[in-house]
Design a protein around this ligand. Structure first.
Ligand SMILES: [Zn+2]
Length: 87
Protein backbone atom coordinates (compact mmCIF):
# COMPACT_ATOMS: atom_id res chain seq x y z
CA UNK A 1 0.00 0.00 0.00
CA UNK A 2 1.10 3.51 -0.81
CA UNK A 3 -0.13 6.82 0.50
CA UNK A 4 -0.63 9.72 -1.87
CA UNK A 5 1.60 12.65 -0.88
CA UNK A 6 -1.08 15.18 -1.85
CA UNK A 7 -4.43 13.85 -0.62
CA UNK A 8 -3.18 11.16 1.76
CA UNK A 9 -5.34 8.49 0.18
CA UNK A 10 -4.05 4.94 0.39
CA UNK A 11 -3.84 3.01 -2.83
CA UNK A 12 -2.42 -0.17 -4.26
CA UNK A 13 0.86 0.04 -6.04
CA UNK A 14 2.94 -2.63 -7.65
CA UNK A 15 6.57 -1.59 -8.14
CA UNK A 16 7.13 -4.43 -10.57
CA UNK A 17 4.42 -3.15 -12.88
CA UNK A 18 5.61 0.46 -12.90
CA UNK A 19 7.75 0.32 -15.97
CA UNK A 20 5.33 -1.61 -18.10
CA UNK A 21 1.72 -0.88 -17.19
CA UNK A 22 1.59 1.93 -14.65
CA UNK A 23 2.70 5.51 -15.22
CA UNK A 24 5.75 6.57 -13.22
CA UNK A 25 3.85 9.05 -11.04
CA UNK A 26 1.87 6.21 -9.45
CA UNK A 27 4.84 5.69 -7.15
CA UNK A 28 3.89 8.88 -5.29
CA UNK A 29 0.34 9.81 -6.28
CA UNK A 30 -2.94 7.92 -6.44
CA UNK A 31 -4.28 9.85 -9.42
CA UNK A 32 -3.31 12.24 -12.17
CA UNK A 33 -5.20 15.07 -10.50
CA UNK A 34 -2.87 14.90 -7.47
CA UNK A 35 0.17 15.18 -9.74
CA UNK A 36 -1.25 18.41 -11.15
CA UNK A 37 -2.15 19.75 -7.71
CA UNK A 38 1.36 19.09 -6.43
CA UNK A 39 2.77 21.04 -9.37
CA UNK A 40 0.41 24.00 -8.86
CA UNK A 41 1.14 24.16 -5.12
CA UNK A 42 4.87 23.79 -5.68
CA UNK A 43 4.92 26.84 -7.94
CA UNK A 44 3.08 28.79 -5.26
CA UNK A 45 5.27 27.59 -2.37
CA UNK A 46 8.41 28.43 -4.34
CA UNK A 47 7.02 31.89 -5.03
CA UNK A 48 6.85 31.45 -8.80
CA UNK A 49 3.10 32.05 -8.99
CA UNK A 50 1.16 34.45 -6.73
CA UNK A 51 -1.85 33.54 -4.57
CA UNK A 52 -4.45 34.96 -6.94
CA UNK A 53 -3.24 33.05 -9.99
CA UNK A 54 -2.75 29.91 -7.95
CA UNK A 55 -6.31 30.19 -6.65
CA UNK A 56 -7.63 30.52 -10.20
CA UNK A 57 -5.70 27.44 -11.25
CA UNK A 58 -7.05 25.50 -8.27
CA UNK A 59 -10.70 26.42 -8.83
CA UNK A 60 -11.50 23.59 -11.27
CA UNK A 61 -10.30 21.07 -8.68
CA UNK A 62 -13.03 22.02 -6.22
CA UNK A 63 -10.69 21.75 -3.23
CA UNK A 64 -13.34 22.83 -0.69
CA UNK A 65 -14.70 19.29 -0.82
CA UNK A 66 -11.39 17.46 -0.92
CA UNK A 67 -9.04 16.14 1.69
CA UNK A 68 -5.44 17.31 1.47
CA UNK A 69 -2.29 16.51 3.37
CA UNK A 70 -1.37 19.24 5.95
CA UNK A 71 1.33 20.81 3.77
CA UNK A 72 -1.18 21.40 0.96
CA UNK A 73 -4.10 22.16 3.25
CA UNK A 74 -2.08 24.93 4.93
CA UNK A 75 -0.91 26.35 1.64
CA UNK A 76 -4.50 26.39 0.40
CA UNK A 77 -5.72 28.20 3.55
CA UNK A 78 -2.93 30.73 3.15
CA UNK A 79 -3.96 31.35 -0.46
CA UNK A 80 -7.62 31.87 0.55
CA UNK A 81 -6.57 34.36 3.24
CA UNK A 82 -4.44 36.33 0.82
CA UNK A 83 -7.25 36.45 -1.72
CA UNK A 84 -9.70 37.73 0.90
CA UNK A 85 -7.32 40.49 1.97
CA UNK A 86 -7.04 41.70 -1.60
CA UNK A 87 -10.82 41.84 -2.17
ZN1 LIG B 1 -4.01 11.82 -4.14
Amino acid sequence: MRRCKVCGKKYDFCPQCTLTVQPEWLARYDKQECVELDEIFSYYICGLVDAKRTYEKLLPYNLENKKLEPKFENAYKEIIQKIEVVE
